[in-house]
Design a protein around this ligand. Structure first.
Ligand code: GDP
Length: 298
């Protein structure tokens, strides 16, 4: 048994010398191994198909390097493709030229949006911004209280619905929160929104209405890395229903191998910007495509 795909591929080609091109048979064997690894990592089937076809093409035309054996060489190609699809070096958040910058969070219920709002709030504060969290998830009982608790822990104020500023109306809460942020000169507004366990037309429309009310600079789609094969349909529904500019992958501390990230990035063309890796406020970091590529190939 070999521990990783890299080891398996290297072993497959141990007998070959670094001369000439790889034969088609060699490449087929390798591509079959890669296909298995991607499916085991929960990458969606259409993405696996497209990806392996691209790798096959690149491998067929690649000169065999003197320094690497053919197995290592294909692993290198695969790695480079994975990193590229995942968005390469994570870009910075887009900040508005004139504050406040507005960041809208979208995703299924339980994806980790409210937790992320706290993490992002703390992260922004640590960077010298003055964030305000806005509780526009009025669907889930306790979501507002949960955001208040998280905000308190993060040392970031929370705009919650109260009589006069939008009780029962998440769009009005977002709108009044933004007005408050302008008034008090907060530099970033993070708007938490409601999500269902499954994709839901009404809540999708609600998120789109909130979007239209606050004109966000970033819409972050929060995706539970454990969701596996469902990632593509969920992401597509959010891409169509609300649209998003970046992905945050949550629950990466679990044993999911991160195939969901690859599927979503590939299908929507949006980069993964952040990774959430636990329940604590500090379990949060910029996303590293190279680390994720290794995790997928491991
Ligand atoms: P929301 O419904 O999208 O707002 O999701 P929540 O923020 O309430 O998160 C749902 C559950 O997942 C909570 O129990 C969180 O503590 C937990 N959670 C959120 N992010 C992470 C993470 O990165 N890792 C782990 N292990 N749990 C997380």
């Amino acid at each position: 048994m070999f521990a990783s795909l890299s080891d398996r591929l290297t072993a497959t080609f141990r007998s070959l010398r670094g001369k000439g091109r790889l034969t088609e048979d060699d490449i087929n064997t390798t591509v079959a191994e890669i296909r298995r690894a991607l499916l085991e990592a929960d990458v969606a089937l259409p993405v696996v198909r497209e990806f392996t076809a691209a790798v096959r093409e690149r491998a067929l035309s690649a000169e065999v390097s003197a320094a690497l054996n053919p197995g290592q060489q294909i692993v290198k190609i695969v790695n480079a493709e994975l990193v590229e699809i995942l968005g390469g070096q994570a870009r910075d958040l887009h900040f508005a030229k004139r504050p406040p910058t507005v960041i809208l969070l979208a995703g299924l219920q339980g994806a980790g949006k409210t937790t992320l709002a706290g993490k992002l709030g703390k992260w922004l504060r640590d960077q010298g911004h003055t964030p305000l969290l806005v509780a526009s998830d009025l669907q889930r009982p306790n979501a507002v209280t949960q955001l208040q608790v998280v905000g308190e822990r993060a040392g970031v104020p929370v705009w919650a619905p109260e009589p006069g500023n939008g009780v029962g109306d998440p769009v009005e809460v977002a709108r009044s929160g933004l007005a408050h942020a302008r008034d008090k000169q907060y530099s970033v507004v993070v708007v938490d929104t409601a999500g269902r366990l499954g994709v839901d037309a009404e809540l999708m429309a609600q998120a789109a209405n909130i979007r239209d009310a606050v004109d966000p600079d970033e819409i972050l789609f929060v995706l539970d890395a454990m969701i596996g094969q469902d990632a593509v349909t969920t992401a597509q529904a959010f891409a169509d229903g609300v649209g998003f500019t970046g992905v945050v992958l949550s629950k990466l501390d679990g044993d999911a191998r991160g195939g969901a990230a690859l599927s979503v990035a590939k299908v929507t063309g949006q980069p993964v910007l952040f990774a959430s890796t636990g329940e604590k406020l500090t379990d949060f970091e910029r996303f590293h495509a190279d680390r994720m590529a290794s995790r997928i190939l491991d």
